[in-house]
Design a protein. Structure first.
Length: 375
């Protein structure tokens, strides 16, 4: 996945900068976030409970991210990969409570943090909508099926690694990761579990932590051509995946989180897979690419009744753009179900894939606002 976790918004938030911040309250409408290279200023820090939209503008020179954390650094909402001069919207639904907000210039570290206070009760909770309740339940079933397969295949992968079966482990690596990538939005909610499981080497170095998880083992398999010293990493990988699955059962995603996650999964493709930098040792990026798209489609499918009720034209456009992206991508799948290695693609081929992702990303970015209006 990307350098730090993409998350889903379940809460509305505001951030403050390194210096003094606004103390006025927000009771509705859009809030603005002015993100700089060493600051993060929000138009309000005291928030009323309920759905809100945060417009995050990067006025600095570094790519930035905007997070909100609950206790234990559980990620409640996030927008990532906001380039200099660009803006991104985050639609979130925040219950009363105390949280922390953080801007992350350069997309590393703990970010600039401030306590956020949310009070009151929303006039109507998003969960009151029967369509949205049904969407969350539908997606929960999808996650359950994928999570079971994820644990099963990761067990097989770990067993191969620990037995020193390098070729078998290489074969199982992209297969097991497929189930992870389909439901990665679930993992991204739970603090450090996602980077420990799916973080890249450059991110681990930048954050001063050990390089662990999928990609640590990937490097050993493809660069060194063996599994030496990987037993502990393999055990930790399986343990962390089981923790993600267990916690997801206790805290299933809301409909609004699904909306944010469907966009987040496309962002994974646009900023990681499309560059070839995520599976940089194995070049199995297209396995992940397809899985992210399938996960996004599953989220939209769960939300479909609510979306059709509010904006049927958007649903039609989403169907069209998903089909176009699938057509562009599926030509690289082989008869045995495997995929072309990413470093075998030409620049024009990658450009066409990138254009198809961008074409879908625009309408899918509107889904969260439609969901918020569905209450």
């Amino acid at each position: 996945m990307n350098s730090t976790l993409a998350g889903f918004g379940v809460l509305s938030l505001a951030l403050v900068g390194l210096t003094a911040c606004a103390e006025e309250s927000a009771s509705g409408g859009a809030l603005t976030v002015d993100a700089g290279d060493s600051s993060c200023k929000v138009s309000a820090t005291k928030l009323d409970a309920g759905p809100l939209t945060f417009k995050v503008t990067n006025n600095g020179s570094k790519v930035t991210e905007f997070y909100v954390y609950a206790e234990g650094d559980r990620i409640m909402g996030e927008v990532e990969n906001i380039g200099p001069g660009l803006s991104r919207d985050l639609v979130v639904d925040l219950p009363k409570g105390t949280y922390e907000g953080a801007c992350k210039p350069g997309m590393v570290g703990d970010g600039v943090r401030e306590t956020l206070t949310v009070t009151g009760e929303p006039a109507k909770k998003l969960s009151d909508s029967q369509e949205l309740k049904a969407a969350a339940t539908s997606y929960e079933r999808y996650v359950g099926a994928q999570a079971k397969a994820l644990i099963d295949k990761t067990n097989e992968f770990v067993a191969a690694v620990k037995a020193g079966k390098t070729d078998e482990a290489k074969t199982l690596f992209p297969v097991a990761r497929t189930y992870w990538e389909r439901i990665e939005p679930v993992a991204e909610v739970f603090g450090d579990l996602d980077p420990l499981t799916d973080g890249r080497e450059t991110d681990a170095k930048a954050e001063g932590r050990d390089f662990t998880g999928w990609h640590r083992i990937e490097k050993q398999l493809w660069v060194e051509g063996n599994t030496q010293g990987m037993g502990k990493y393999a055990d930790d990988l399986l343990s962390n995946i089981k923790k993600v699955v267990a916690q997801s059962e206790k805290q299933p995603l809301t409909a609004l989180q699904l909306a944010q996650g469907s966009k987040g999964l496309l962002d994974e493709v646009a900023t990681g897979k499309i560059t070839g930098e995520e599976d940089e040792f194995s070049h199995t990026d297209l396995w992940d690419f397809k899985a992210n798209i399938e996960g996004s489609q599953a989220a939209i499918a769960a939300l479909r009744p609510a979306l059709e009720k509010q904006d049927p034209e958007l649903v039609t456009l989403l169907d069209q753009r998903f089909k176009e992206l699938d057509t562009e991508l599926d030509q690289y799948q082989k008869d045995d179900g495997s995929w072309t290695f990413y470093d075998d693609l030409t620049k024009p081929q990658i450009k066409k894939l990138s254009d198809a992702v961008a074409a879908l990303s625009e309408p899918i970015s509107k889904v969260a606002a439609v969901v918020a209006a569905s209450s």
